[in-house]
Design a protein around this ligand. Sequence first.
Ligand code: NAD
Ligand code: DAO
Ligand code: ZN
Length: 372
Amino acid sequence: MCNAIVAMGVNQLEQRKVRVAPPAPGEVRLKVVANAICHTDLYTLEGSDPEGLFPSILGHEAGCIVESVGKGVTSVVAGDHVIPCYTPQCKKADCIFCQSNKTNLCPEIRATQGQGVMPDGTVRFADAETGVPYHHFMGCSTFCEYTVVPEIAVAKIDQAADLGTVCMLGCGVTTGIGAVRNTTQVEAGSSVAVFGLGAIGLAVIQAAKLAGASRIFAIDVNEDKFGNALSLGATDTLNPLASETPIQQVLVGMTKWGVDYTYDCTGNVDVMRSALEAAHRGWGVSCVIGVAAAGKEISTRPFQLVTGRKWMGTAFGGYKARDGVPELVTEYLEGGLKLDHFVSSRFDGLGATQEAIDSMHSGKVLRAIVSY
Ligand code: NAD
Ligand code: DAO
Ligand code: ZN
C-alpha cells in the first residue's frame, strides 16, 4: 500500500492510499523517486483531452528505481535506476518500427496504453479503502509512490545521475532535443526559428546551439521568456504581437528567403502555419512538436510545399526510448547536456503535487519537480 495523487475527475485531485499490484509477466514495479510536472498532465486534468480517463493516476516525467520485476523480465533487475517512457521500444525482430531507423513509434502497447490499462487489459492500481480501480496514464502514472509499467517502456540509466533532475528526460526536454537531432537533423551553420519558449522550445534552442546553428530566432508572445532563450544561445528574440506584420513575413524579411529549420512548440495551429511559412524557400523544414487541441486542423497554401518547404512532426523527439534516453543521461553526466535551467522550482513529498501543479499556471515555470 502507498500514497497516490488520483485524478478522480476534472480538476479533482485527491491523495488516496492505493494498492499497487505486483508486476505481471513482462512488467516491472517501480519506486518513483521524483516527478516533473508537464503541461500534458494539466491538459488531461483540466478535461481538455477528450480521451482523458477518470479516475486515473496522472504523471509521466519521472525518475524511478526498479522495486521488483515480473516473470520473463531480463533487461532490468531490482535496484536499477530507470526512466519510464510513454513511447516504448519493444526491440522485437518482427517489430518493423523498432527495426527501422526511420521512427521511434513502436506500436507494441499502443492500444492498451490509450485505454489506460496494462497490456493484458487490466489495471495495477486499486483504492486501498474502496477497492475502486484506477486507470493508468500514458503508460506511466507517476503521481504515485509506486507504479507498474511494461519492461519495454523503461529506459535503464546510469545510477550516478540525480533522478530528481534526469526525470525531465521522460518527456519534454528529450522531445525538444530529439526534434533537432533526430527528426530534422540540423547542420552546423543553419538558421533556426523556435515558436514557443517553454521547456520544449528551450530544449530545441539548446540542441540547435550544440549542433552549431549560426542564427537562432526565439519567438514568444510572453517576453519574460526571452532571457532564458538568450542565455541558451538564441541570437534574436521576437514577439509576434509587437508588429502588425505576420511573424512569418517578419522572419522572411530578416533572412531574405526564410529560416532553414522552424519548430512549433506551442500546439497552436496558427503558429504551426506561421512556422511552415517562415521556412526557407527550396529546402526549409518545419517541425510540429506542439500537441494541438482535439479536433484542430492545420492549413497552408500547397504552393508553400511545391516551393520546397517540408512539414514534419515528432513524437518524443524521434528517440527510441530504451536506447536514446540512457545516452542523454550519459551526456548530462559528462557535462555536455545542461539540465538544471529547466528546473524552476522543487517540492518535497507527493502531497505537494497539487502545489507544484498550481505553480505551473503562473506561466513562469518550465518544470516543477516533486521529490517523493
Ligand atoms: P509551455 O506552455 O511551457 O510553452 C509554450 C510556450 O508557447 C509559452 O511560453 C507560451 O507563451 C508560448 N506561446 C503561446 N502562444 C504563442 C504564440 N501564438 N506565439 C508564440 N508563442 C506562443 O509548453 P511546453 O511544456 O514547452 O510544451 C510545448 C508543446 O509541446 C505543448 O503543446 C506540449 O503538449 C507539446 N509536447 C509535445 C511532445 C511531442 O512528443 N510531440 C512532447 C511533449 C510536449
Ligand atoms: O504510437 O500512435 C502512437 C501514439 C504515439 C503517441 C505520441 C504522443 C506524442 C505527444 C505526447 C505529448 C506528451 C506530453
Ligand atoms: Zn517495437
